[in-house]
Design a protein. Sequence first.
Lengths: 462, 462
Amino acid sequence: MSEIANTIAALRAALGPDRACDDPQTRELYATDDTPGRCLPEVVLFPHSHSEVQAIVALARRHHLPLVARGAGSGNVGGAQPVPGSAVVSFECMQRILDYVPAERRITVEAGCITGALQAHVERDGLFYPPDPGSSPYCRIGGNLAMNAAGPHAVKYGVTRDYVLGLRAVTGTGETLCTGVRTSKGVVGYDLTRLLVGSEGTLALITEVSLRLLPKPEGRATLRAAFASTASACAAVARIMAQSVTPSALEFMDAHALAAVRGMGAATDLPAASQALLLVEVDGDRATLARQVEAMRSALDGPGLLQCDDAQAPDAIARLWQARKALSPATKAMAPLKINEDVVVPVTQLAALLEAIEAIARKERLQIVSFGHAGNGNLHVNFLVDPSDAGLMARAHEGLRSLFRKVLALGGTLSGEHGIGSVKRDFVSLELSPESLALQRSIRRLFDPDGILNPGKLFPAD
Amino acid sequence: MSEIANTIAALRAALGPDRACDDPQTRELYATDDTPGRCLPEVVLFPHSHSEVQAIVALARRHHLPLVARGAGSGNVGGAQPVPGSAVVSFECMQRILDYVPAERRITVEAGCITGALQAHVERDGLFYPPDPGSSPYCRIGGNLAMNAAGPHAVKYGVTRDYVLGLRAVTGTGETLCTGVRTSKGVVGYDLTRLLVGSEGTLALITEVSLRLLPKPEGRATLRAAFASTASACAAVARIMAQSVTPSALEFMDAHALAAVRGMGAATDLPAASQALLLVEVDGDRATLARQVEAMRSALDGPGLLQCDDAQAPDAIARLWQARKALSPATKAMAPLKINEDVVVPVTQLAALLEAIEAIARKERLQIVSFGHAGNGNLHVNFLVDPSDAGLMARAHEGLRSLFRKVLALGGTLSGEHGIGSVKRDFVSLELSPESLALQRSIRRLFDPDGILNPGKLFPAD
């Protein structure tokens, strides 16, 4: 029997025959995540419990088998893409709610719990789990932790990291690690919880997660504002973030994004001269909504504002968000491949960034569509390309490098919520110093001395 | 010249003659923090900049000189207490504001910046830095980060960790480490920022800190509620934390605390039968205050409520808080020594914890006064003792161990905001597993291979 066949036999013995699958169809299904490229894993594993994950890591260590943790495979930096000779560890069979105490605003779930299901579960009790990545209807909480996922609500409510009280995980040595607390405060020892959040499956496999919850806001209202230029929309973003009412979402769409959704028949009621769109949400006590809407209207008002609508009724709100919701399918239809970046700059630098993006598009002759979470200065910059056009791909790569340099020069960061994975690893050393990278690699070796946890991700190639 | 004289000469050459002080008076002044016990440092260092801190660490490494970082020395777990043969690194000469951008809700300061000064500085622009340890008029932000300080506002606004965007520090190898981002989001690499927050000066000396700020709430209101029993007050705490309005402070005082402040002439307007007191603060838009007060009143109302007052005018608010403010001097006057614990349990377990504390006090014949941040389940349990009474001290130690065991059995943690330092290090292994401790010690060795940064703190003795 070959080495890998031996390994798979051992895994099958540990998990049961149907939960270590190496049939071609299963391997094909798990050969990629929501990122271009694919690589067949040797086997796909479906653990049912923490102790099964521990058994997997022990065997993987013995057999030098790389393990790629996978939530829903909805990430778009290749974080859950298999590497050659690896096993995918899918957490989809671990989605139990282990402990839910509404009176303590706390829930403990297995890592495979679907984020949207968790949200719906706690909303029945008037509670609220704010992080809302676009994939929340199907993504899994373990993946959210691995990437420190965010979404539009982050501008008011913060990111996944801010809601994790503690977790249970298996390190690369096969040891169980319990971190954090079940209380809303705790300062005993180093913060291993937040070291694991955002570590992209390279330090440990997260099996169980305790999350804090908030009271659900009573009501929400939405505003949609059309502007005559990118610059005037960005100035409005800066005005909103400089006054005292923090919106629960503040989304931006550039002229190309607007054109794309109009091409799909959305947002037809906007003035023809609209070159940028802001979508603003406020939430809270019903008694405060009118005042919050007024604060947003007054901050939105300025040179270049063409039209401003607001809504509080659910169907009217949905109508205003239509342009934003149509965006993802619209841009996907525009080109064979969408390189989806996720840069962040201080909100006061958003206009400068968008200007630089236009310059890059002109210089490299690229089609670039930008939109995103403007209240955080977090822009999704989409390069629409064709992988069969080598010249175009080279220009796109050049454009990416220019983009990242500009972002860093403006005081920003390469990724706000998507992470690094395999696709951005070569750019990490633009942002992190050699000292910081060396320390991080050393930490990785502590947790995973054999390098079996998601190798080839997060750090530049050695 | 002796080895230490050599070391001091080298430090004096690097910093200047007046900023490496080994005169008896200065050494005496820095021989302790706000913790019983003292130990003379060999020398006290007053760096003026990041690069001077770097020079200090380089020399300390060469000369095997332990370094004890010190903010204001207001901690009460011995975190800033010198160890034998050590140098204190005081950050009091590093309190500059380096970069303040109100429009981005961000401020960067040196580690010696006084927390209250920072708060006052940003409030002029309508901004708000929420963490508010009791020592905020004089404590320093670097110390707040080292201990992950909190305070009454944590129940609504979170702790120091939640406000740190990034930092600059010098590790035990003398290397400069820049962590985090200047934006409100960022996921590039491991979260070294939060690994350093709460690390009690054992991983690196923090020199510069970037903090995010919030808009300042427009108004606040206070309620004070007296209860006939501890249990009825705890039930009210649980009711408050189970409804949708989150108070900005929710403080508890037990019968002994009440008796203490009454002995000082405070809170004389409370019913004689009062056995427990809650102080509740709400904040936000003025338009919402009345409704928030109503929500608190309705949650406070239940069996055992004797009296409930509320106030919105500053002097009336101050009157209601009088009992809480009088507490620290009142308890200090009660005994030669106050052992001030800082345990946390889930809010639903607060009554069980307080019952257990009464049982411990009876069994060990101890005087125990409890109060604290009830909304976080964070109780300051004060053992009032006399160090000259060996029998009493032994019973107190026994009582502490029983307390910690009970706290952990209730799902809690040993420290909510004070940290471990030297005084709680022997109890840490009650909470952290051997695996977790071993990993944390390994991380410490990565950052500080020679063990020169605050040795003898945070972890149990080897």
